[in-house]
Design a protein around this ligand. Structure first.
Ligand code: AMP
Ligand code: MG
Length: 320
């Protein structure tokens, strides 16, 4: 049944909802482009999205929700953010907001950032799927990394077909262009990515010109690119084969546990999906242990290992 294109009718959407709840990936149409969706609260399911897309880095993903009521459990909406949702949700507007204290979405969705991107799709298929799954859906565009976004079920099948348990066919997408991404983390909204919702429409609601990404502070502009953004306070030592008892250890695979300040194995069985799902929480826990140094044992550079190593390298980069 891998990669099977099925009609997006009530029966198949119910089946897809069950699959999402069991951790599988389902591709579905939205009004913008096709998305590759997973239960956003399931770290391993989210890791499989990165694996399927073949992304060399953990870029943050957009979380799809039914409405603001569900979104406010995940993110903190300022009065300005609420105004934008009132004007444009459901629709092709993604809002980047601070993660809420009640956020149950995997750290991996945010790629370790303290923010989360949320949108409410205006298309009957993802809306019905959200109702059936009863989970927020993490869903980037359903294409291999670096390829163009898919606007039909056939494009999805050709590009990443064997990675999705099911492809819900809702015909070609109407807008064909990604959602507009606006950050409402600071007081003034910032346009992070132009898209289907026009800048003019947004400016009409905020009552003035929106700050462009290039004009905003670097902490907002390119979450994946900042070398030291994910750096823990402790020094991170890469490719460690040994460690001092006062160091914390971030292990992977068949590493025997010897005395250490703190010790976490990302996956004793050497499963990169499991490792990716636990990476950010593990870094945070080891940093909070108070150790001055974290020794990270080698992670193979294949598959998801490329993105894991990328993130570890960033965490080890000297602070500015
Ligand atoms: P895609 O994966 O193709 O759906 O694109 C998602 C877009 O949303 C990318 O441009 C991401 O950089 C952006 N994005 C998602 N989450 C965040 C976040 N927490 N902070 C900033 N940008 C985000
Ligand atoms: Mg994309």
């Amino acid at each position: 049944m891998q990669g099977r294109i099925v009609p997006a009718n009530a029966e198949w959407i119910a089946e897809a909802g069950q699959m999402i709840r069991s951790g599988a990936l389902v591709a579905f149409p939205t009004e913008t482009v096709y998305g590759l969706g997973a239960d956003a609260t399931n770290g391993e399911a989210v890791a499989r999205i990165f694996e399927a897309k073949g992304r060399p880095t953990f870029n943050p993903l957009i979380v799809h929700v039914l409405e603001l009521e569900q979104a406010v459990i995940i993110g903190t909406f300022s009065p300005m953010a609420r105004r934008l949702t009132e004007a444009f949700w459901p629709g092709p507007l993604t809002l980047v907001v601070p993660r809420a204290a009640t956020c149950d979405v995997s750290d991996l969705v945010s790629a370790g950032l303290p923010t989360v991107a949320l949108r409410s799709p205006n298309h009957p298929v993802p809306r019905a799927l959200l109702s059936e799954a009863r989970r927020p859906l993490a869903a980037p565009s359903a294409n291999r990394s670096g390829h163009v976004s898919a606007t039909s079920a056939e494009h999805v099948a050709a590009d990443i077909g064997n990675k999705a348990a099911l492809i819900l066919d809702g015909g070609p997408t109407t807008l064909g262009l990604e959602s507009t991404v606006v950050s409402v983390v600071d007081e003034a909204p910032v346009l992070l990515r132009p898209g289907s919702l026009t800048v003019e429409a947004i400016e009409g609601v905020i009552g003035g010109r929106i700050v462009r990404r290039e004009e905003a502070g670097t902490h907002l502009t390119s979450p994946g690119q900042l070398a030291s953004h994910y750096a823990p306070r402790a020094r991170l030592r890469l490719n460690a084969h040994d460690w001092e008892p006062e160091e914390a250890v971030l292990a992977f695979g068949a590493v025997s546990e010897r005395p250490a300040h703190a010790f976490i194995n990302l996956s004793t069985s050497g499963d990169l999906v499991e490792a990716a799902a636990h990476l950010f929480a593990a870094l945070r826990t080891l940093d909070a242990s108070g150790a001055k140094s974290i020794a990270a044992t080698p992670v193979p550079p294949t598959g998801l290992g490329e993105a894991i190593n990328d993130r570890l390298k960033r965490a080890a980069a000297p602070r500015s």
